[in-house]
Design a protein around this ligand. Structure first.
Ligand SMILES: Nc1ncnc2c1ncn2[C@@H]1O[C@H](COP(=O)(O)OP(=O)(O)O)[C@@H](O)[C@H]1O
Ligand SMILES: O=C(CO)[C@@H](O)[C@H](O)COP(=O)(O)O
Length: 541
């Protein structure tokens, strides 16, 4: 922690992501003051999660109490080092999208009467009607998705209303599954939160609203009216639409609105100022967009647990492959998003088979292979360890000269290059569909997320796109863009309250060039695209 005698105000941003709870703290000048994390598998191993989740077939959940305890643990770490809690003016946060939390009927009274001498986790054991929260990696709701699209009049109708066709991980379909398979739990639920609004609720001491940006990932929100769509609520609740509406609460359209002061519990236990404000928390991807103050023409590639592509746009662009989310606080602005489940964890899987190191976190052998192999048009691989979102496929498929093979027999290490090439080719293909016309092109390619630390991976990204790749200084060592975006949102909320206006684009951002394309390689990838699409079709079949 840097010296804070000269600093009057601090702003906290959380990110409750798949594998860890992260915290970034900034000062009035948006400068990073402090960061900390709690890693779920390593530091809360008694919950038995692997990579932050519990996997049972296509059902992927996380114990809700793990998330509660991760907050206890993080704040205790700060207390131990005498973090200046009293200087925090606003708390905000972000979280993995789509996951849902089911509060029991006594949750509100538990939240409002917390005893500051005890950790949260011991006091909230009865606060949930469902103990395992569905997460974004879940793909167990295909039946509900088909039903939703059928009853609303087709995938296109749903895209036009909500910004996305029906997706297994989207919260409306998760709720629909619970209504059908566990109606008792549904009736014992007083409120349904997203992971983001759940974390905000802990700080507020009562239920925080779902913000419209994270709410756009539910298949329930009309992204034009910014309200829940009654017909969708009915379909996803077996006809109990008005009951579901009550359980969701009104969506919040202003992502930088002050919701209230921090719950007394945090004042007494940690020394937060009683006037410290809480604002809506949002999804990790919208928060990443905020951290970079991006403009049209910027394309962000986030290489975290999931790999996502994010574009800022003023007009929603509905496609069957992408998602449109409302911006958390800029009116009439949207984000276009592509998401791949098989991001870092699938790269780790391939690393552990073909490029194992003494210290795996260094990725040395993996990078050595990337550095010493060249792109080969004849070898294409598809690596879908988890059920992929787009294309909807599962399994590992390798093609050598267009023939499906068990392994790249002449050089099995080629899998290391093939997975990276394949992930980026898939993104490139689909980004092209998001650019509206021939004139629209990628002005800047910006990378964030844990794997953006890896220069060899970034070189291939630059080669596949034929574009320079940039990284924001705000990302530091990588992986904190969502918590930084949340902290920035916290700072903006106070500015708006005090001077009634904000200019979000005034935030000074320094970008550094992290990879230059090798245009000879770009040409090879361009020649590969058509074949890649053909092989992908075979995989889907
Ligand atoms: N040098 C590296 N090369 C490749 N991947 C890396 C590297 N460092 C970290 N990662 C990956 O980053 C992932 C975590 O990224 P992060 O953005 O923090 O994810 P999340 O926000 O989903 O928790 C890890 O699963 C790890 O595989
Ligand atoms: O499902 C999505 C976006 O639609 C994922 O991007 C989640 O939001 C998880 O994020 P990370 O933990 O990978 O940051």
């Amino acid at each position: 922690m840097t010296d804070h005698l000269e600093i009057d105000n601090l702003y906290i941003g959380f990110d409750l992501s798949t594998q860890q709870l992260k915290l970034s703290v900034i000062d009035d000048n948006y400068k990073l003051f402090f960061e900390e994390t709690v890693h779920f598998d390593k530091e809360l191993s008694h919950y038995g999660t692997r990579n932050g989740v519990v996997l049972k077939g296509e059902t992927v959940t996380c114990p809700t109490l793990l998330w509660v305890e991760s907050l206890d643990k993080l704040l205790e770490k700060l207390k131990t080092i005498k973090f200046p809690f009293h200087k925090v003016r606003v708390i905000s946060g972000a979280a993995q999208q789509h996951g849902s939390i089911y509060w029991s009927h006594n949750a509100l009274s538990l939240l409002s009467s917390l005893d500051s001498s005890r950790p949260l986790v011991h006091q909230l054991t009865n606060a949930f009607s469902i103990l395992q929260s569905p997460t974004w990696q879940d793909s167990s709701t295909s039946e509900q998705c088909s039903e939703l699209e059928k009853l609303i009049g087709g995938a296109e109708v749903l895209v036009n209303l909500t910004g996305s066709k029906a997706y297994e991980r989207f919260t409306g379909n998760q709720i629909s599954k619970i209504c059908k398979t566990d109606p008792t739990a549904f009736s014992q639920t007083s409120r349904i939160s997203l992971v983001s609004s759940f974390l905000a609720s802990l700080f507020l001491g009562h239920y925080a609203p779902i913000d419209i940006s994270d709410g756009s990932g539910m298949n329930l929100l009309n992204i034009h009216t910014k309200r829940w769509e009654d017909k969708l609520l009915d379909i996803c609740s077996d006809g109990a639409g008005s009951e579901l509406k009550e359980k969701l609460g009104e969506p919040e359209i202003d992502g930088i609105k002050i919701l209230g002061n921090v719950n007394e519990y945090f004042v007494k236990r940690y020394g937060f100022n009683k006037d410290c404000k809480i604002i809506p928390f949002t999804g990790d991807n919208p928060a990443t967009i905020i951290s970079l103050s991006v403009k049209p023409g910027d394309v962000i590639i986030s290489l975290g647990t999931s790999d996502t592509v994010l574009l800022y746009t003023c007009k929603p662009l509905a496609t069957l492959d992408s998602h449109t989310l409302c911006h958390p606080f800029i009116p009439n602005s949207y984000l276009s998003m592509l998401c791949r489940k098989n991001g870092s964890l699938t790269r780790e899987y391939i690393r552990d088979i073909y490029a194992k190191d003494e210290d795996n976190e260094l990725w040395n052998t993996f990078n050595n292979i990337l550095n010493t192999t060249k792109p080969m048009k004849s070898k294409i691989g598809f690596y879908f360890l988890l059920q992929e979102i787009i294309p909807f496929a599962k399994g590992i498929f390798r093609f050598d000269n267009n023939k499906l093979v068990e392994e790249f027999e002449d050089n099995p290490n080629y899998n290391v290059r093939a997975i990276i090439e394949s992930q980026f080719l898939s993104m490139k293909l689909r980004i092209n569909k998001l650019l509206r016309n021939d004139k629209e092109k990628i002005e800047r390619l910006i990378v964030v997320g844990g794997a953006s630390n890896n220069d060899e991976i970034l070189k291939i990204l630059a080669d596949v796109f034929g574009t320079k790749v940039w990284k924001s200084q705000i990302e530091g060592k990588g992986g904190i863009s969502a918590s930084m975006g949340s902290a920035i949102k916290a700072r903006l909320a106070l500015l708006k309250q005090e001077i009634k206006s904000i200019n979000y684009y005034e935030i000074e951002e320094n970008y550094s060039l992290v990879a230059n394309p090798n245009l000879n390689n770009t040409k090879i990838y361009e020649d590969m695209v058509e074949n890649y699409q053909e092989m992908e079709k075979l995989v889907i079949e």
